[in-house]
Design a protein around this ligand. Structure first.
Ligand SMILES: Nc1ncnc2c1ncn2[C@@H]1O[C@H](COP(=O)(O)OP(=O)(O)OP(=O)(O)O)[C@@H](O)[C@H]1O
Length: 292
């Protein structure tokens, strides 16, 4: 992430994505799936959206590249309101990896599937081939080119879906629950791929997840969604030190933070930590503090 952002100097950067007073209801539904959403996401950030089932995460994501159009308010990419005129540029800037890879994978082979976006962008055959190769290598599935995507494992399918988006070289990748349904090692591997896309390629990452233990390890900023609203936003440290807030939005604290709450209940003078390294430091500090 850019140094300016790390130091909290966000106002100087232009958001790559902004939602202003955005509300949305599906069809004639009286229930507002999104209510007066305001947010800014900056280039190079890693952002996580958390919220219970039905909180509105997927609906919000579909507004980030014009799949859905707000009933009220607006969605902007690079400061420009998404419109019919700029939609193809917007879709090249912001790629979405859907929750279910089967919704995204269409072609009979992995290679053809990953090539689909670049071919539609009108790129030369040579450029398409090079992008497909690069994307498959980045997500560690080089060698599966000729396989049918529908006969791959869940984790491999997710990688194919991510490669298909990567091959279009977007500036932002939005991933709807990228670790859902994966075994612990598979989830860790996908998160490593996502980290690499951010760190090595500078891609802004926006993801949703129910994995509160993973979020502090990954996210620069967290948005908490509840009943179609953004209930809170902040760093992991800010968000996860509020057990009452988490309970209110039907989430729990990371396991590590829960241990510190238990220690506090024992009367120990500890500060709640949310990552293993911070927890280690705090426990060492505690062990080295002379008892009265
Ligand atoms: N296609 C649709 N038609 C009508 N209502 C919908 C549709 N998709 C979602 N909704 C409703 O919109 C609200 C928000 O749903 P959304 O899928 O955005 O939540 P979510 O936070 O992504 O949930 P999950 O964690 O279960 O994926 C819910 O009340 C849901 O029932």
């Amino acid at each position: 992430m850019q140094e300016a952002l790390k130091q909290g100097n966000m106002r100087s950067a232009t958001p790559i994505i902004e939602l202003r007073n955005l509300s949305y209801s599906y069809g004639n539904s009286k229930i507002e799936a999104l209510k007066d959403i305001n947010l800014k996401i900056y280039p190079g950030e890693k952002v996580a959206f958390l919220g219970a089932n039905g909180a509105g995460k997927s609906t919000l994501f579909k507004h980030l590249n014009g799949i859905l159009k707000p009933n009220l308010g607006e969605a902007l990419v690079h400061g420009e309101k998404i419109s019919k005129k700029n939609i193809s540029n917007v879709r090249q800037t912001v790629g979405i990896v859907f929750q279910n890879p089967d919704d995204q994978i269409l072609a009979p082979t992995v290679e053809q599937d990953v090539a689909f976006g670049p071919v539609n962008m009108g790129l030369s055959e040579k450029e398409v081939d090079s992008r497909v190769k690069e994307a498959l290598e980045l997500v560690n599935i080089a060698g599966l080119e000729d396989r049918s995507p529908h006969h791959l494992s869940g984790g491999q399918k997710k990688r194919v879906a991510i490669a298909g988006i990567l091959a279009m070289r977007p500036e932002v990748i939005v991933l709807d629950e990228p670790t859902a349904g994966l075994d612990p090692r598979g989830a860790e591997n996908i998160m490593n791929v996502i980290e690499k896309m951010n760190h090595d390629l500078g891609i802004t990452i926006i993801l949703s997840t129910h994995d509160v233990d993973m979020v502090p390890l990954f996210a620069d900023r967290v948005f908490l969604m509840h009943h179609g609203r953004i209930e809170a936003q902040g760093t992991s440290k800010e968000i996860f030190k509020q057990p009452g807030l988490l309970e209110h939005v039907h989430l729990r604290m990371p396991r590590i933070a829960g241990v510190f709450e238990l220690l506090k209940a024992e009367g120990l003078d500890v500060e709640t930590k949310v990552t293993p390294m911070d927890a280690r430091d705090e426990i060492l500090r505690l062990l080295n503090t002379p008892r009265e």
